[in-house]
Design a protein around this ligand. Sequence first.
Ligand SMILES: Cc1cc2nc3c(=O)[nH]c(=O)nc-3n(C[C@H](O)[C@H](O)[C@H](O)COP(=O)(O)OP(=O)(O)OC[C@H]3O[C@@H](n4cnc5c(N)ncnc54)[C@H](O)[C@@H]3O)c2cc1C
Length: 263
Amino acid sequence: MYAFTYERPSATADAAKLVKTGGQALAGGQTLLASMKQRLMQPEQLVDLGKIAELKGIKKDGNNIVIGAMVRHQDVENNADVKKHIPALAALAAGIGDKQVRAMGTMGGSVANNDPAACYPSAVMALGATIHTNQRTIAADKFFQGMYATALEAGELITAISFPIPKRAAYAKFKQPASRFALVGVFVADTGNGVHVAVTGAGNGVFRHAGLEAALSKSFTPQAAEGVSIDASNLNGDLHASAAYRAHLIKVQTQRAVQQAIG
Ligand SMILES: Cc1cc2nc3c(=O)[nH]c(=O)nc-3n(C[C@H](O)[C@H](O)[C@H](O)COP(=O)(O)OP(=O)(O)OC[C@H]3O[C@@H](n4cnc5c(N)ncnc54)[C@H](O)[C@@H]3O)c2cc1C
């Protein structure tokens, strides 16, 4: 490690002031600390969000489940309201990394980081969630802007995310066996306002698939996805999987997710 200062404010406003003047927000540290160890990032000041009570907690608010930015993955996995109203989100959290990662990693950190193979962005997008920050609210479709890029401005902090409760939903992840991130993950949500299909792991960032959404809106069955053509030309190919294989997985994981959602 190298020298940096460490702050642990108790209020979001104080944290935001520090971040605005160059501090780096620290949530679960599962990405940030590893990046610092590898010298991919060298912040001069860490602003630990762990003491800020208003960033914690999960509540049901009308037809939404609202999850604070500093809620750990294991708390999403075990929360009674999440399990009852959006079991797909609890199951997604239960499948992230390993026990240690789930004990430390946070909802806000994952969504702000927007790793192209992370799980939560697909749930945020498919469920049509709203990202609350210390400055404004941002719709999921406007928030994710490609690899590690989001609509967050310098100094802007995620405070919570509101997930509308769907009629039914499921997440099917084909794991990269070493990292446990998604080689391809598909979150399918029958929102009551159309079917949304969000794909992670396959491209430069999470994206919705219009062809699958149209087919599943007509018939919410695994068979309906069968005839949809998945274009591989914009997908990632690397040593783990070719673009063509990822395209194949998008269809298979969609069918698995739909099967899970209909039970
Ligand atoms: C071994 C391993 C396996 C993993 N497997 C998976 C997996 O299967 N699926 C998956 O989805 N993820 C996986 N992850 C990622 C992990 O779950 C965390 O979600 C991720 O590391 C970021 O969350 P964090 O709370 O640790 O954030 P940090 O590392 O603390 O922060 C990440 C970035 O977000 C910024 N940030 C943090 N909080 C906020 C906020 N409230 N507002 C604005 N910016 C903020 C930080 O400044 C930093 O730039 C894995 C990680 C590891 C180490």
